[in-house]
Write a protein that binds this ligand. Structure first.
Ligand code: ATP
Length: 462
């Protein structure tokens, strides 16, 4: 695929396109907005759904060793004691004594103070306090009485629902090790410094999978899932030079991986600053037998596994690829962005903005564009649009304005194919399909449009 723009992209460009075209709006905008909370608009929700669907196909549907689950967000408070989150799910926080803002102590080098003119924390002349640990879990109360016995937490990760259901899932599915349990759902973290659009928010969606295996095979599966998850982004069109793996140093390992585990991040080069900044897109961790053992201890229920072939009983090790649906959606959006200069029909140089989404991720798969509002042209176009839509393609129908403008609009939505219906279509039963990337046009029988477009979305489920 030809790309003309590989650098110089800023987040401002992405945020303004996202708003202009209905990908992402500020939450509660008419009330002045709620900081760091975002709403996905009509095309954004489709894009994010497609990202989650592609993940599900790859991690669940296309495999015979992974099943899925959908757990509640509120869980028994003891879960968070056992998991270590109450004690250890903290970030170091410092306060500025002058402007009273709070910052994550381990991110001071990349943060800016919200006061204007915006400076690095402490550069306003204010003294920063010593770092202290701040727990990131959101607290609430269950039921009508707001006392300590009613405290509940919004889950900070979906993984714990999987661990506490390990026995239920294993016995009902009769799965033998190794096998995985996947879950997609919302998580909540009271982040000290949210920001960078949808990258770091307090409410977000995760796509997590816990892969249970024999301890002696943990290293092998850890390597396998790192590679598999890295490749998934490449298969869906992320540019190789924008993706990298970074192993965690001993000092940054999560509490569950401190002793025998390991973690690595799949990082994307987000355009948060000039030249881009490498930031975590997905984490892959060897969580060892930490979680199952702890839940066994705290609940008094045995969560070990018995292997009938070897007659061995043990606590499985767990390999976890944990991706963020919002961060992945943002990465696919940023990476798809391209601009090129084209010469219009009137001979003028124009900038064409294109979102070069992989066809499977494109919010709109096909746009049907009648060349004029006259009959029988409109009737032919409408019939085609109806038939494509009811067969499951994500379609748009657009009759407003000149055809050039309509193409530009679809390019900015990332629609891979535009089908134009012209005056000949009613006579010869054909339409013209325009390819988003090459802008080449092909004449196809109306009956074959569905097959033509659908063929581009099929292929390997992974
Ligand atoms: P970070 O270091 O950026 O705070 P993390 O290492 O705490 O992230 P994990 O606990 O590994 O994140 O969570 C798995 C994934 O969930 C992350 O890779 C990311 O994609 C997503 N995620 C985590 N926190 C947030 C957040 N505040 N907003 C959006 N997505 C998030």
């Amino acid at each position: 695929m030809k790309r003309t723009m590989t650098s110089g992209l800023t987040m401002d460009t992405i945020v303004s396109l996202a708003k202009r075209r209905g990908f992402v709006f500020q939450s509660s905008e008419i009330y002045g907005g709620l900081a760091s909370c975002w709403d996905y608009g009509p095309v954004g929700v489709e894009l994010k759904r497609n990202v989650k669907e592609a993940w599900w196909r790859s991690v669940v549907t296309a495999r015979d060793d992974v099943v899925a689950i959908d757990c509640s967000i509120l869980m028994h408070p003891r879960v968070w004691e056992a998991s270590g989150h109450l004690e250890s799910f903290t970030d170091p926080l410092v306060d500025c004594k002058k402007c009273k803002n709070r910052f994550r102590a381990d991110q001071l080098h990349e943060l800016r103070c919200p006061e204007k003119p915006s400076k690095r924390p402490g550069e306003c002349g204010g003294e920063l306090t010593e770092a202290r640990q701040f727990n990131l879990m959101f607290k609430t109360f269950m039921g009508p009485v707001e006392d300590s016995s009613a405290v509940a937490y919004l889950r900070p990760e979906t993984a714990q629902g999987i661990f506490v259901n390990f026995r239920n899932v294993q016995t009902t599915t009769r799965k033998k090790l190794p096998f995985g349990i996947a879950q997609v759902g919302k998580s909540f973290r009271n982040e000290i410094t949210p920001g960078n659009f949808t990258f770091r928010t307090r409410e977000f969606e995760q796509m997590e999978m816990e892969f249970f295996c024999h301890p002696s095979e943990a290293e092998k599966w850890y390597r396998y899932w790192l590679e598999e998850r890295f490749d998934w982004y490449l298969r869906l069109g992320i540019r190789k030079e924008h993706l990298r793996l970074r192993d965690h140093g001993r000092d940054e390992l999560a509490h569950y991986a401190k002793e025998k585990g390991a973690c690595a991040d799949i990082e994307y080069l987000y355009p948060f600053e000039k030249g881009g900044r490498w930031s975590e897109l997905e984490g892959v961790a060897n969580r060892t037998d930490y979680d199952l053992k702890r839940h066994g201890e705290f609940s008094g229920k045995d969560l070990s596994y018995f292997d009938p072939a070897t007659r061995e009983r043990y606590h499985p090790y767990v390999i976890e690829p944990a991706a963020g649906a919002d961060r992945a959606t943002l990465a696919f959006l940023v990476d798809a962005y391209d601009e090129e200069t084209i010469i219009s029909a009137k001979g003028k140089a124009e900038t064409r903005v294109i979102l070069r989404f992989h066809p499977r991720l494109a919010p709109v798969q096909v746009a049907v564009l009648p060349l004029s509002k006259k009959e029988p042209l409109m009737e032919v176009a409408r019939k085609l649009y109806d038939s494509l839509r009811v067969r499951g393609l994500r379609c748009e129908y657009d009759v407003a304005g000149g055809i050039g403008k309509r193409y530009r609009r679809q390019d900015e939505l990332g629609t891979p194919f535009c089908v134009t219906i012209d005056f000949d279509s009613a006579e010869d039963g054909k339409a013209t399909i325009r390819d988003r990337d090459s802008m080449e046009q092909e004449r196809v029988d109306l009956e074959q449009v569905f097959g033509f477009v659908q063929a581009k979305f099929l292929g390997d489920a992974r």
